[in-house]
Write a protein that binds this ligand. Structure first.
Ligand code: SAM
Length: 341
């Protein structure tokens, strides 16, 4: 799908009410009756009702890999909601995560935030709930997880969360337009992680921050061994997996975790130094990597290890933490686009 790129640095909606529904591409306010496209820039989409998902992929055929990934997440939308989830429960649970708490406290109260590959949208919903003046746009290529996000948004009345179905390789969003872009657990599930990283990074405004989470090749070593052993015995070995060992994991979340971690059709691991080099080439400076999560408010402060020994030690630590890592080797790079880049 070629929806074209808008090379504005500031979307027209900036400064407006964060709850206002806008065309994702040009920022024009969408009237309740706009069901099939934007009258201003001509972007075609389906939108069955006001405040519903804006579906830019409706009626289009997806490429083979994207279609396979979409089939996978249709059967197992990730990460999924617990039946009792409501606004306060999501806030409390998210703030228990050192990373999510640090992310929330680092983001300005009225920032434009974009989550690419948002899945069922918990992270985006959390940031929208915690900052009612933020405009949070959550994009995913798959309808099923977005439908769960939409259900949650409706239940909670979360009007500053905007849901868009689109492919990250053809995003109907202006470039350099968001103060914070998050993409966690996505680029390694595409056929071209470097191009995916560039597409995600392109949406970060000058001076803005990218939080890019991916399976790091050393950090993922233990999980790959665990998955290999599981294949030999014919099922995942729960005793070796810190998530499957959790007593409070409900049956559906357990099933989704097993699918995501043990049966994914398209997954790669990436070396952190290589991803950092891609980002530097796009005009970013590397602020830090997570884990470890920094103390409150420090997520966007510069703390990248200097030199090869420090970089080696950091990866060796991730590998050694593998047996206990609840994220199974997911590492985030936090990077800032230079104001002149
Ligand atoms: C493992 S889930 C991550 C969900 C969420 N970011 C999180 O951290 O829980 C990966 C998500 O990326 C989406 N995705 C994969 N390839 C995509 C693409 N080319 N365009 C848009 N979304 C994509 C999938 O549909 C899926 O919902």
């Amino acid at each position: 799908v070629d929806v074209g790129e808008v090379n504005e640095t500031t979307p027209r909606g900036h400064g407006c009410d964060a709850r206002r529904e806008e065309c994702p591409r040009c920022g024009t306010a969408l009237g309740d009756g706009a069901r099939t496209g934007c009258g201003c820039c001509g972007l075609a989409f389906e939108r069955p009702a006001a405040r519903a998902v804006i579906d830019v992929l409706a009626g289009t055929a997806r490429e083979r890999d994207a279609a396979e990934v979409e089939r996978f997440y249709t059967a197992s939308p990730f990460p999924g909601y617990a039946p009792e989830d409501d606004g306060p429960a999501l806030l409390v649970r998210s703030r228990r995560s050192a990373f999510l708490h640090a992310l929330d406290t680092a983001i300005a109260p009225a920032a434009r935030v974009l989550d690419i590959g948002a899945g069922t949208g918990q992270l985006a919903a959390f940031l929208a709930l915690a900052g009612p003046r933020r405009r949070v746009v959550a994009v995913d290529g798959c309808r099923a997880p977005l439908a769960l996000a939409e259900g949650f948004k409706r239940r909670v009345g979360l009007e500053n969360l905007h849901l868009v179905r689109a492919d990250l390789f053809a995003l109907p969003l202006p470039v350099r337009a968001f103060e914070v872009v998050v993409s966690r657990g996505v680029v390694h599930h595409t056929p071209d992680p470097k191009r995916a990283t560039e597409a995600v990074a392109a949406r970060v405004a000058p001076g803005g921050v990218l939080v890019l989470g991916f399976y790091e090749s050393w950090a993922r070593l233990v999980h790959r061994a665990r998955r290999g052993l599981g294949r030999v015995v014919g099922r995942p070995i729960a005793a070796l997996d810190p998530v499957l060992r959790r007593a409070d994991l409900d049956a559906e979340k357990r099933r989704i975790w097993i699918e995501d971690q043990y049966h994914h059709p398209l997954e790669r691991s990436l070396a952190a130094p290589e991803v950092e080099a891609w980002l530097r080439a796009e005009g970013f400076e590397i602020l830090r990597t997570v884990p470890p999560s920094p103390p409150h408010g420090g997520l966007f402060a510069e703390a990248a290890p200097a030199g090869r020994v420090a970089a080696f030690t950091r990866r060796a630590r991730w590998a050694a933490a593998g047996p206990f890592d609840p994220d199974a080797g997911l590492v985030c790079i936090v990077a800032r686009r230079r104001s002149n880049a």
